[in-house]
Design a protein around this ligand. Structure first.
Ligand SMILES: NC(=O)c1ccc[n+]([C@@H]2O[C@H](COP(=O)([O-])OP(=O)(O)OC[C@H]3O[C@@H](n4cnc5c(N)ncnc54)[C@H](OP(=O)(O)O)[C@@H]3O)[C@@H](O)[C@H]2O)c1
Length: 413
């Protein structure tokens, strides 16, 4: 019986998860694909490390040895950094292999080139694992976009940041101790910059933007802010108003232009992200026929991420002559614009006591430090320029409009 021959680049959290899943789900895969899936080779950096890999699998640190394997069907890439993974995948495609990647940084930078090259060589590129780990967000969006027009995509795309914000609120911890706990639990790297400064979420947002809107905004125009400015004091002030901080990626089309931001925002109880806690991820898609859909689930980890890779493996190996290539479309996808002059709610922390503004709908009673304002984006920009040393956070979605709490005034809208 013929086989599907796979090589896995990287044998860390993701690579090992893929290897184990191919073994544990061998029967299901064979049933689906009509062929046995065999891992022929694994690429690693350190040959001295002991690994749980069968003796008949080639273990190498030389990618050329993998490229020269006869009849290799699929290369799964689960390494880190942009290079050498980009070069490896280009070479794999040129050799006629399907490729699947979990590497969002590389794919945000080079996804287009890989997809174009794959089209030329009649192979497919799978990248479900690059966004929101185990949540099948890319497949779902692709399916939805067959007919729906998407107006807005929002996501909690970084589990580490969400874990830290949850710990800070629930256990009244400082940012530093919540980060230490995330590191101790293996949710954050020794250098957490990519996660807590919003870079990881930014890369995922750019990949999502291409899927949902067929394009991405200029990277320089995207507001990217991490969670390092969110203090325990701010979290408490928000909690008194039944609001929670979440690190949110958002993409929409406004005035003919794609707008994206990756930054902390506040959500009220009725927002689908209010209950997304800990390392969970979520993606909310608003589109014209179906309305609002929220997918939530594990955004990282060995098996959730392996699940996304294996879904891609099935997809690229199944004989589907149409719609086979996993495209980042370069032609505009159907999309719906959202209005520019909508009034949004914003929480402002640190306003001076005597500050007056007709847009204020609520001011906290004792300190008058926290206010909620309803204003257009232009009005908020003006205010930000006038009152620079304040913290401004958008409140997303519907939220309670009567702020009942002992120490706050109830505002009537
Ligand atoms: N971890 C997650 O939950 C998750 C979720 C979604 C996406 N991702 C993405 O998936 C990728 C892999 O993540 P991970 O967490 O599995 O990383 P990891 O645990 O650090 O493992 C990385 C693996 O790649 C190998 N490697 C690194 N550089 C290499 C090179 N130049 N040549 C050959 N092998 C090299 C390492 O080899 P050695 O073992 O010899 O050091 C290691 O086996 C990353 O791009 C990450 O962003 C991760």
């Amino acid at each position: 019986m013929s086989v599907i021959k796979v090589a896995i680049l990287g044998f860390g959290t993701v690579g090992e998860g893929v290897y184990k899943t191919i073994q544990s789900h061998a029967e299901e895969l064979e049933g689906l694909l009509g062929k046995k899936v065999v891992v022929a080779a694994v690429l690693i950096r350190n040959k001295q490390k002991k690994r749980n890999i069968d003796n008949d699998v080639l273990i190498t640190s030389d990618f050329n040895e993998i490229l020269s394997l006869p009849q290799l069907d699929v290369i799964v890439e689960a390494i880190v950094d942009k290079e050498p993974p980009y070069t490896f995948l280009k070479q794999a495609i040129q050799k006629g292999c399907h490729v699947i990647t979990a590497n969002k940084e590389m794919f945000a930078h080079h996804g287009n080139e890989l997809l174009m090259l794959a089209e030329k060589h009649h192979v497919s590129v799978g990248y479900e694992a690059t966004v929101a780990g185990g949540i099948p967000v890319i497949q779902t969006l692709r399916q939805l976009l067959n007919v729906n027009r998407v107006s807005h995509v929002q996501g909690i795309l970084n589990g580490t940041s969400n874990f830290i914000l949850t710990e800070m609120r629930e256990k009244k911890q400082s940012f530093a101790s919540a980060l230490s706990l995330a590191q101790a639990k293996g949710f954050a790297e020794a250098d957490p910059t990519n996660d807590v400064e919003g870079y990881d979420a930014f890369y995922k947002t750019m990949i999502l933007s291409r899927i949902a809107f067929g394009d991405e905004p200029n990277w320089e125009d995207v507001e990217r802010e991490g969670i390092t400015s969110i203090s325990s004091e701010l979290i408490e002030a928000a909690e008194r108003l039944n609001l929670r901080f979440k690190h949110i990626a958002s993409i929409s089309k406004v005035g003919g232009q794609l707008k994206a931001a990756v930054k902390p925002a506040l959500v009220g109880k009725s927002h689908p992200f209010y209950s997304i806690e800990g390392v969970e991820n979520a993606v909310n898609v608003q589109s014209d026929i179906v309305g609002s859909i929220t997918l939530q689930g594990p955004g990282a980890g060995m098996f959730p991420t392996a699940s996304a890779v294996i879904e891609d493996l099935v997809f690229v190996c199944q004989d589907q002559p149409t719609n086979k290539n996993f495209k980042l479309t370069t032609t505009p996808a159907f999309s719906k614009e959202i209005q520019e002059d909508v009034k949004e709610f914003w929480l402002i922390h640190g306003l001076s006591k005597n500050y007056r503004n007709p847009s204020i709908v609520f001011v906290s009673k004792d300190t008058e430090e926290t206010a909620i304002i309803q204003a257009t984006r232009e009005e908020i920009d003006t205010l930000m320029n006038q009152q620079k040393a304040r913290c401004y956070f958008q409140i997303l979605g519907e939220h309670e409009r009567a702020y009942k709490n002992d120490d706050v005034t109830i505002a009537v809208l």
